[in-house]
Design a protein around this ligand. Structure first.
Ligand SMILES: Nc1ncnc2c1ncn2[C@@H]1O[C@H](COP(=O)(O)OP(=O)(O)OP(=O)(O)O)[C@@H](O)[C@H]1O
Ligand SMILES: [Mg+2]
Length: 353
């Protein structure tokens, strides 16, 4: 479902832009600080309801302005769906097909963007939060109902944590039961998803790094133990500290390269390639479910990779039937072919070339 157009107002340095896109390959060219990443960020916002650069809404609103506006049209023949976002200092209003949406997930069902930017290595380098988000995004696109299981689990977790903090009499039994049920379901869906993702990671890992790349799933509590039992056994410790120590909210994905933890095995450049490979694997898997639906945003891919690695990376990207938005300092970006649409950005002004 390609994005056919974007109308953007007061977003970072871009005061106003109305753009029509190619359904295959869009190249965004401009000097440093011209507004290239800002445009990708707006596209990401349109599908995810948030930025990939900041958690603060006021940062993306153009300086001195009160709000930003982004309206995109997504084509799923014969239907065109209008996605609309208005971000003000307080909140983001989302509209999908003329109706107010209650969650950003509604945007993603129409326009699911993935981004690979110079910070991509953080997926491997930082703590598990990013990896859990990566995992949950993947499960959600294979099974949209996963969202309900996710919310149910986190609601139960909040309730149990509140009971721990107030030291509620009557024990944790009732909270444990609901949490265990929701937690088992969540962990099981994540595990099933990673089983599907594994072969894609192995294939793309081989092509990018010429190495054996494997994922290990840590579901957040000991293997072979029912979650209800883990909660019960950990109850005393949880009460002492007022938090739930074990469960899917502590899940993680381990990444191994030729049998060793990725962090110990690979260079910084390879780490970027590997993290990008995980995202590409996720897109490749997603495309087997809903072909031609994903959008891939590549922020300056030529900046971080040497020519040989860039070629390998581009070779993988080109096999994916996604809508591409690529930024570059130069318009002759090697490997990607001839863009269907090209944009020049200069001091926040975007022009179709
Ligand atoms: N809220 C804002 N309002 C106005 N301008 C902003 C805002 N936030 C950032 N900018 C400015 O927008 C400009 C463009 O930033 P952006 O990151 O999009 O550039 P870029 O083209 O990706 O550059 P590079 O090639 O260096 O990555 C910068 O000069 C930045 O200071
Ligand atoms: Mg940039």
């Amino acid at each position: 479902m390609p994005l056919v157009s974007l109308q953007l107002e007061r977003f970072r340095c871009i005061h106003e832009a109305t753009l029509g896109f190619d359904n295959r390959y869009n190249l965004i060219v401009g000097a440093n600080a011209s507004g290239k990443t800002s445009l990708l960020e707006a596209l990401y916002f349109l599908g995810r309801g948030r930025s990939f650069r900041t958690r603060r809404l006021d940062r993306v609103i153009q300086q001195g302005q009160a709000d930003f506006l982004a309206v995109g049209k997504v084509l799923n023949p014969p239907v065109t769906t209008v996605l609309g976002l208005r971000g003000s200092r307080g909140a983001t209003e989302i509209r999908v097909a003329g109706a107010t949406a209650t969650s950003a997930a509604e945007l993603a069902l129409h326009f699911p963007p993935q981004v690979i930017d110079p910070d991509v290595h953080k997926l491997l380098e930082e703590g598990p939060t990013r990896r859990r988000r990566f995992l949950d995004w993947g499960v959600f696109h294979v099974e949209p109902f996963f969202m309900d299981a996710w919310q149910r689990y986190h609601r139960a977790l909040r309730q149990r944590t509140a009971a721990l903090k107030t030291g509620a009499a009557g024990g944790l039994g009732a909270w444990n039961a609901e949490l265990a049920l929701a937690g088992e379901l969540l962990a099981e869906r994540r595990g099933a998803y990673l089983d599907l993702l594994g072969p894609f990671v192995a294939d793309i890992g081989q092509r990018l790094l010429q190495a054996k790349v494997e994922l290990a799933y840590h579901r957040g509590w000991a293997a072979g133990v029912p979650y209800s039992q883990a909660l019960e056994e950990g109850g005393e410790r949880d009460q002492r500290y007022g938090i739930t120590h074990l469960g899917p909210h502590r899940a993680d994905i381990g990444v191994r390269v030729d049998g060793l933890a990725a962090k110990e095995r690979v260079s910084r450049g390879q780490q970027k390639l590997l993290a990008a490979g995980l995202i590409l694997a996720q897109v490749a898997l997603q495309e087997t479910y809903t072909a031609g639906r994903s959008a891939l945003l590549l922020d300056d891919p030529a900046a971080e990779l040497d020519p040989e690695n860039l070629e390998r990376f581009v070779d993988v990207v080109r096999t994916l039937p996604v809508q591409l938005f690529v930024t570059s300092l130069r318009q002759d970006l090697p490997g990607f072919g001839v863009p269907g649409a090209m944009f020049h950005v200069e001091r926040g002004v975007v022009r179709a070339a």
